[in-house]
Structures are given as structure tokens and as C-alpha cells.
Design a protein around this ligand. Structure first.
Ligand code: MBD
Ligand code: FE
Length: 269
């Protein structure tokens, strides 16, 4: 961000908030309780959670506006850089021997915005476990559980096996939960997979994918669902197909095709 841009934004934010205080005749006690909430959020390590729940989707829409290719989605507060590269194919996300949850095979393609297959794109996938918890964020889960990186093949195809996450309840016992309580809102997000795509010449995209018909699709506490981000999903229980994935039980087949438009700055270079 340039210094000019910082000044434009901070000065307008200041004007907007001063105007807001005047319009609502915010008292000193109300002002102080607002700053106390923000300080409590930061002290509880929930600063990013609060902002990501209330504001991140709007900022993501800015980037999506008028840009070709698949829409992007919020990163959320629980992304960790440096996830392990998986051995494969076939790729399986790191998981405990009896990882709870129905097996999920997530697959699809990555193409350019005009539909040409894009080889060698890195996918960095992370999601919650069957209890709605993320490794390294919630205690008692092995490091990097349900987080990992792999690449699509020479034809832009990818496939990875993991487990299907449930609808997700954001941490509610801290200050963010108290803000939602005050508003009378619930704490839920629909079940989702987070994924980042990276390509040396195209840049990086952050997506998040949802299950059709899933609970909270229409009432996401983070207001981050976009209909373009709903996968094609069906349950497979044909033994010939489950065996192909080393499974004896039915699995969820979830497909998503990404269109990756190069960063304008990178194609100019
Ligand atoms: C999440 O997993 C998430 O995606 C968001 C937006 C907020 C909290 C936890
Ligand atoms: Fe999430």
C-alpha cells in the first residue's frame, strides 16, 4: 500500500467515524465500551476473527468485481502458511488413523479463464475436522492435521481424499461471541473447504467451497457464501468406486472447476 493510499483511507475512516459518533450522539461511556471490546478482542487473540466475520467478505468482493475467472472467497482467521507437501498421487490430507467424518474425495480441474488446462498449479487445502476444529488453532489435534499442499497434473486435474467437514461454529466463548450475542446472531458458518491456488505466472487466489443444500448456506455468520462457490456433490456407494479410493465405505464426491485468470500485474511483466 502506498503512503497516499493509507492517508486517503485513514482520513476517510476518521471522517466516517466522527460523523457516525455525531449522527448517533455516541456518549463517552459508549465510546469507551467500544474501545474496550476492541482491546479485549486483541488480547484474546480474536482480532482477526472479529474482522474476518464482519468485514472480510466485503473486501473480497472488491477484488472479485470485474475480474475474470472464479470468484475468490474469504481466507478466514485460521490459514497457516507452510503446510506439508503431500506424497502422491493419490493425495490424502494428513489425518489421524480413525479420523471421524465421512470420507470426501475433492477433485476438479484448473483452467485459464478461457478454458485451457493449467498444469502444475499448487493447491493449499485446509479445513475443520468432524468436531469443527482446526489443527494448530484448537488444542489436542496433531500438527497439520487436515492441512496440506499438492499440485494438479499436466492436464490441470486434481484429486485429494480427506473427510467431509460439518457446519462450523466459530469460537463463541470469547469477545467475538459476546458481540454476536448482543446482536442476537448465531455463531455458524456452513460446512466449507478452504483452498489457495498458486502458480508462478498467474499469482495466488484464495477460495472457499461449500456443499449444496448445506445448513447455514443462507445465514452464514460471516456472510461469505457466493453461489459460484458451491461444489457439485454426490454420495458414492458403488463398491467398485469406493475401492478405487482405498475405501470400504461410501464417500462424498465433491467437484469444483477453477478458472484462474492471471494477475494483471504478472502478465504485464
Ligand atoms: C473459520 O473457519 C472461518 O472460515 C471464518 C470466516 C471465521 C472463523 C473460522
Ligand atoms: Fe473456516
Amino acid at each position: 500500500m502506498t503512503n497516499d493510499r493509507v492517508r486517503t483511507l485513514v482520513e476517510d475512516l476518521e471522517r466516517t467515524l466522527v460523523e457516525f459518533i455525531r449522527t448517533h450522539r455516541v456518549t463517552h461511556a459508549e465510546y469507551r465500551s467500544a474501545t474496550d471490546v476492541l482491546v479485549a478482542e486483541v488480547q484474546a487473540g480474536e482480532g482477526s476473527l472479529l474482522f474476518d466475520v464482519f468485514l472480510e467478505a466485503a473486501a473480497t468482493d472488491t477484488d472479485n468485481h470485474g475480474r475474470p475467472g472464479s470468484v475468490e472467497a474469504i481466507e478466514g482467521p485460521f490459514y497457516l502458511p507452510g503446510a506439508p507437501w503431500l506424497d502422491g498421487p493419490p493425495y490424502v490430507l494428513p489425518q489421524r488413523p480413525e479420523e471421524p467424518g465421512m470420507p470426501l474425495v475433492f477433485h476438479g480441474t484448473v483452467t485459464t479463464e478461457t478454458g485451457e488446462p493449467l498444469a502444475g498449479v499448487e493447491l493449499d487445502l485446509w479445513h475443520a475436522d468432524a468436531n469443527g476444529q482446526y489443527s494448530q488453532i484448537h488444542p489436542g489435534i496433531p500438527e497439520w492435521n487436515l492441512r496440506g499442499r499438492f499440485r494438479c497434473d499436466g492436464h490441470g486435474r486434481f484429486e485429494v481424499r480427506t473427510i467431509a467437514p460439518p457446519p462450523y461454529e466459530i469460537p463463541k466463548d470469547g469477545p467475538t461471541g459476546r458481540v454476536l450475542d448482543a446482536l442476537g446472531r448465531h455463531y455458524f458458518r456452513p460446512a466449507h473447504l478452504h483452498v489457495k491456488l498458486r502458480h508462478p505466472r498467474f499469482g495466488e487466489r484464495t477460495s472457499q467451497l461449500y456443499f449444496p443444500g448445506g445448513e447455514y448456506l443462507d445465514s452464514d455468520v460471516a456472510n461469505a457464501v457466493r453461489r459460484e462457490l458451491v461444489m457439485d456433490v454426490h454420495v458414492v456407494d458403488d463398491p467398485a468406486r469406493t475401492a478405487r479410493h482405498d475405501l470400504k465405505e461410501p464417500f462424498v464426491d465433491a467437484r469444483y472447476d477453477f478458472a484462474f485468470a492471471a494477475d494483471a500485474a504478472m502478465t504485464r511483466a
